[in-house]
Design a protein around this ligand. Sequence first.
Ligand code: FNR
Length: 183
Amino acid sequence: SVKKIGIVVGSLRKGSYNKAIGKYLQNHAPEGVSLEMVEIGHLSLYNQDYDESGEPAEYAPFREQIKSFDGIIFITPEYNRSVPGVLKNAIDVASRPYGSSAWDGKPALVISSSISDQSGFGAHHHLRQTLAYLNMPTLAQPEVYIANVQNIFNEDGALQKEESGQFLQKVLSAYLDFANKQG
Ligand code: FNR
């Protein structure tokens, strides 16, 4: 059964609402399951020349960390109707070298959020496209689009709407069931 899940957040902002969602899930993990926040802000921009000429020192430990997880929860804002570059960069880094992607086969959950009514739909589905290619089985239902996230968590990351908390707990439980069913 799954024991260790990585949380990858597509925002580096200190007061990030997406980080608040991640922390909320961490605080509601069932016994025996640990949810760990993954750092991605220190990763140099990927350059394919590194495949030949040697690569930044932080890449190998990042890939090992991703490999150590039984599944990955992606929580992301939408930037210009797509995935923030910092998240795409992290995905690209751990997808290489070709043929030994760290993401391969890991069950995933996608959560998008937005301070508008749009809920990050564009980022959400661009991310699903990438995860399909990376062979990451991804929970289909419930879909998790969090609109007007600034009304759900305050700037300190504290939950303001109990029903949203209940929904996130339901989602986490559905995801862990799903992840347990993947061989
Ligand atoms: C945004 N934001 C945004 N929101 C949205 O719903 N659709 C979008 O296309 C964009 N585009 C966009 C581009 C850039 C460069 C920035 C900086 C922001 C707003 C975004 O949803 C908002 O800043 C969130 O609060 C970011 O998430 P965190 O940092 O709170 O996790």
